[in-house]
Design a protein around this ligand. Structure first.
Ligand code: SF4
Ligand code: SF4
Length: 227
C-alpha cells in the first residue's frame, strides 16, 4: 500500500511520544544545557596534552619529538623544542615543548596525533563547548590551555587511562630493572678485573700430565722423557 512506510514511522513516533510520559527510557531528549547526556568512553573531539602530578609544565609527558606535528594530516600542530632538558616520568632527561599550539579550527579530530605519540603524551578530549566569536586567536590553543592532568584524563576516559597508566608503570619497571642489571654487570666486571690483578705476578700452577693422557683442552701432551 502506498504510504504504509510513512504510517508505520508515524506510529513509532506516536508510541514513543505517548510512552515518554510513563517510561523514562522512551524520553531520548534532555533539557540541555541544564541536563546533559553522559558521553561514551570513546567519544572524542580535540586533542589535549597530559601532565602527571600537579605542576602542568614540570609534569608534561610531551618530549617535543615532533612526530605528531609531522603526521597531522591538516598540519594544525606547531611545536618548538626547548633548548634545555627536564626529567621525564622515569627520570630520564628529555626535551620539552617550549611552544605547543593546536589550531582547533583546522583540526579534524582524526586522532592520528594520539596514535603516533610514543610517550602517551597527547589524548583526545571530550570538551565540545568551544564556540568562540573570533576565528583566529581564540581557536588557536596554546600549551597552557592544552595541558590537562592525568586525573582529568582518568575522569573522561577511565578504561583507556587505566591501561595507559599500566603501560607506563611497566615501562618504568623495565627501565629500572635494565638499569639495575647494567649496574650489577658493571660491578661484576670490576670485581673480576680486580681478581685478575690480584693473582698476576704469582707463578701459575702447571697441570699434572700423565703420559699418554690428554690435556685439559683435549690436546695430546708432549712426550715425557723416559729414563
Ligand atoms: S586529531 Fe588529527 S587533525 Fe587534530 S591535531 Fe591530531 S592529527 Fe591533527
Ligand atoms: S605529543 Fe607525543 S608525538 Fe607529539 S611531540 Fe609530544 S611526545 Fe612527540
Amino acid at each position: 500500500m502506498i504510504g504504509a512506510g510513512i504510517l508505520k514511522g508515524m506510529a513509532v513516533t506516536l508510541r514513543n511520544f505517548a510512552g515518554s510520559y510513563f517510561d523514562k527510557e522512551r524520553l531520548i531528549t534532555v533539557q540541555y544545557p541544564e541536563e546533559r547526556s553522559p558521553l561514551p568512553e570513546n567519544y572524542r573531539n580535540f586533542p589535549f596534552l597530559v601532565f602527571d602530578g600537579t605542576d602542568a609544565q614540570a609534569g608534561l609527558r610531551c618530549v617535543a619529538c615532533q612526530i605528531c606535528e609531522k603526521e597531522c594530516p591538516p598540519q594544525c600542530i606547531y611545536i618548538v623544542k626547548s633548548k634545555d632538558k627536564k626529567p621525564d616520568y622515569i627520570g630520564k632527561p628529555q626535551f620539552y615543548p617550549a611552544v605547543f599550539d593546536i589550531d582547533i579550527s583546522v583540526c579534524m579530530s582524526c586522532q592520528i596525533c594520539v596514535e603516533v605519540c610514543p610517550f602517551e603524551a597527547i589524548k583526545m578530549d571530550k570538551d565540545f563547548e568551544l564556540s568562540q566569536r573570533e576565528r583566529f586567536d581564540h581557536l588557536l590553543f596554546r600549551k597552557e590551555q592544552l595541558s590537562k592532568s592525568n586525573d582529568y584524563y582518568h575522569k573522561i576516559h577511565p578504561i583507556e587511562a587505566a591501561a595507559v597508566d599500566k603501560n607506563l608503570a611497566d615501562a618504568a619497571a623495565a627501565a629500572e630493572a635494565k638499569k639495575k642489571a647494567a649496574a650489577e654487570a658493571a660491578a661484576a666486571k670490576a670485581a673480576s678485573v680486580g681478581d685478575a690483578g690480584s693473582v698476576s705476578g704469582k707463578p701459575t700452577a702447571s697441570p699434572t700430565v700423565t703420559p699418554g693422557s690428554t690435556s685439559a683442552t683435549g690436546q695430546t701432551p708432549p712426550e715425557t722423557t723416559k729414563s
